[in-house]
Design a protein around this ligand. Sequence first.
Ligand SMILES: Nc1ncnc2c1ncn2[C@@H]1O[C@H](COP(=O)(O)OP(=O)(O)O)[C@@H](O)[C@H]1O
Ligand SMILES: [Mg+2]
Length: 290
Amino acid sequence: MARHTLEIHGAELGYRDIRVMDDLSVTIPEGQITTLIGPNGSGKSTILHALARILKPRRGSVLLDGRNIHDHPTREVAKVLALLPQAPHAPDGLSVWELVSFGRFPYRGWFDADAPDDRQVVEEALDAVGLEDLATRPVATLSGGQRQRVWIAMALAQQTGLILLDEPTTYLDPGHQIEILDLLRRLNRREGKTIVMALHDLNLAARYADFMVVVFNGGVLAADAPERVLTSDVLRNAFGLDAEIIPDPRRGTPMCVVYSDRAVSPDNPEDKESVRRSRSCCCDSPSTGS
Ligand SMILES: Nc1ncnc2c1ncn2[C@@H]1O[C@H](COP(=O)(O)OP(=O)(O)O)[C@@H](O)[C@H]1O
Ligand SMILES: [Mg+2]
């Protein structure tokens, strides 16, 4: 699988009169899994949209393979990068096979008949997510976990080295959440795909990440390996949480246990010191910005 680089430099992101990100710089590590965490409305989806070329930065740039992503033709970007949006909706009556076939659009017209190569790629994508027996089923009749696997198969059929996913485990029960995350990790480890995903669950985000980004207050509060990012200071500052961090008993990755809400005040000297500590421990690496 060809590797591709993706970076944001000094980007201001927003919508009409709303400024969401101020001066955002992040480099997505190639061939790794990056998770984005942050409170609701902090800008995780906005960042994914900018990375996927859906939202153009007002200032600064997104670079794909070192070149401004808006200078790449749409079809070329779609051969390199797939985005699975938050809560995607399939048109009524569409079968699993038909939806997954839409992943082939960069290689042909939207409504062209399947070419033999396309059919093979779609079959392989369905195999990879374990849905080969459900190809003819209408997507609307599937369970939430199966449906999410169909969307992932569509992204796989796009045959991109980069896959961006916006909260792919939302609305799934714990078993199906793990199933989807294990599938994504397999794709990363076996095929070297670079995966970037926004996740709500802090412990899963830490467990599955090689690199973790905390989005807060118009920027990146921390971006580093999970054990350097999931700290009491970061959780207090980004989420206003009182939390202890302990090692996962099986894997040793950091886990948080949350005790209570506690308002963080910029006027409280203890909170000020804690913001300073979380920024300096996590955002000094040359590859990331704050
Ligand atoms: N299409 C849009 N138009 C206007 N404002 C938007 C739009 N999408 C998101 N926003 C605003 O941008 C901010 C960040 O939203 P979002 O990126 O969706 O956050 P998150 O994914 O972290 O919950 C929020 O204040 C949200 O209301
Ligand atoms: Mg979102």
